[in-house]
Design a binder for this molecule. Structure first.
Ligand code: ATP
Length: 445
């Protein structure tokens, strides 16, 4: 894998409706991307799978959906607004572009990588995106778009414990947008200014924190492997003591081997009792927890699993990407071409079944539309009648559709259709009346 693959993936994502540059008709807005119709389904499936594993399968994990706008003091309590918490940056004196000091090479620490201008000393800049709420734009109305979803969980900790009668150990999960004024957005959707997180905070007694940290790091690694990522493309990277946030007791990243190198897709952190202690202090509300059995009152420790929905989606796309030299379809025209297939796990595939009438004859179209309508109740379907059948198969391979159902002239006679499997390329004739059950069995494998 190399950077060239990345270019191909970016182009495939645009061509096939996965991901478009943000505000593209205005020349684009750096650090933003929009998911197209196919990409939205894919990302939704990633979220759904995360929810399925984290909340649906754990009766002690519940979900919240907190506001993106939060009381400004939240960010004082979290430490985001204080010096020493934000990223170290160097600014170019000429073009005023800011660079992450820890991302610059040794020789690049004095000169701007873009224009060659001199760089300032390292300073710390706050990455929170500012906005104003209310009629006047002064310091009194300043607030921030949330920089991480985590804080929306902490501010609801007491309400969730009370309303849901949660008993330690338990977790609160959240999926939602976060905003950071990233200095050097890049590598496609890897580093954006608006992105989405899938976070779970697991509240435990401090004596059990190490045990749960080990449990969650394993569980989270399993999630990626189970959804089809090659284990050789995944690794843990424990943080060095010097890298740990000042509150963190332990931290490990799950890294994925992107075409541009090993990079973090998720962090698992033992945050100690720092967060709830700080929020108790800043809000004046006691956020300690009382154990019903022992009577012990304490501030729980927190084990956090913090994944990025966009980074995970990108990793799933890259890992599913395969080029087949010489082509995989048997139509003579495309034999010598390289063909692309996205081998998504069936649960992640954005379009589950494509329905393709062999020709545009009315009778075929009518039957194909009936078949599509029948399947639509269970799955996301794409109905496509444009172009040769080989081209249509290729389009579906490029978006990773597991099954194509072709309606041909014989179908009118024998009421059977051809089902083509994306991976084996095998074709089977299936009776229309049994098609739904046939696919149900395939999808439950
Ligand atoms: P990095 O060091 O790459 O900036 P981080 O350590 O600051 O990341 P966290 O604050 O731990 O990231 O956020 C948890 C997860 O949120 C990351 O693992 C990543 O998947 C996602 N994430 C963070 N920042 C971004 C971003 N700018 N664009 C896309 N996803 C992001």
């Amino acid at each position: 894998m190399n950077e060239n693959i990345m270019e191909k993936i970016v182009s495939l994502c645009k061509r096939r409706g996965f991901i478009f540059p943000g505000s593209e008709i205005y020349g684009g807005l750096a650090g933003t991307y929009d998911y197209g119709p196919v990409g939205s389904h894919l990302k939704q499936n990633v979220r759904d799978q995360w929810r399925y594993t984290m909340t649906h399968m754990h009766d002690n994990i519940v979900e919240v959906d907190a506001s993106i706008l939060m009381e400004r003091k939240v960010w004082d309590a979290s430490g985001h607004t204080s010096a020493g918490f934000t990223d170290p940056l160097q600014e170019c004196k000429k073009c005023h572009k800011r660079w992450r000091a820890d991302h610059l090479t040794e020789e690049g620490k004095t000169k701007c990588p873009e224009c060659g201008g001199a760089l300032t000393e390292t300073k710390r800049f706050n990455l929170l995106v500012k906005t104003h709420l209310g009629p006047v734009e002064d310091d009194s109305t300043l607030t921030y778009l949330r920089g991480e979803t985590t804080q929306g969980i902490y501010v609801n900790f007491a309400s969730v414990v009370e309303t849901m009668r949660m008993r330690i150990p338990f977790g609160i999960a959240q999926v939602g947008k976060a905003f950071r004024n990233e200095i050097t957005p890049g590598h496609f959707t890897y580093r954006m200014r608006e992105f989405e997180q899938m976070e779970m905070q697991f509240f435990v007694h401090h004596s059990e924190a190490d045990k749960w940290f080990v449990y969650w790091r394993q569980e989270r690694m399993k999630w990626y492997v189970d959804l089809g990522i090659n284990p050789d493309h995944l690794r843990f990277r424990p943080h060095e003591k010097s890298e740990l946030a000042h509150y963190a007791k332990a931290a490990e990243d799950i890294e994925y081997l992107f075409p541009f190198g090993w990079h973090e897709i998720e962090g698992i952190h033992n945050r100690g009792d720092w967060d709830l202690s700080r929020h108790s202090q800043f809000s004046g509300q006691d956020l300690s927890y009382q154990d019903e059995k022992t009577g012990e009152k304490f501030i729980p420790y927190i084990i956090e699993t913090s994944a990025g929905a966009d980074r995970a989606t990108l990793a799933f796309i890259i890992d599913a990407y395969e080029e087949v030299e010489g082509g995989r379809t048997t139509t003579t025209k495309s034999v010598k071409e390289i063909e692309t297939v996205l081998r998504f796990d069936r649960r992640l595939a954005p379009i589950k079944v494509a329905v393709l009438p062999l020709s545009k004859k009315d009778a075929l179209i009518a039957l194909a539309q009936d078949v599509a309508q029948m399947l639509r109740k269970n799955w996301i379907i794409q109905y496509d009648e444009a172009g040769s059948i080989g081209r249509r198969y290729r389009r579906q391979d490029e978006i990773g559709t597991p099954y194509c159902v072709t309606v041909d002239f014989e179908s009118l006679e024998d009421k059977k259709v051809t089902v083509r499997d994306r991976d084996t390329m095998k074709q089977e004739r299936v009776v229309v009346a049994e098609l739904k059950q046939y696919l149900q069995e395939k999808f439950s494998l």
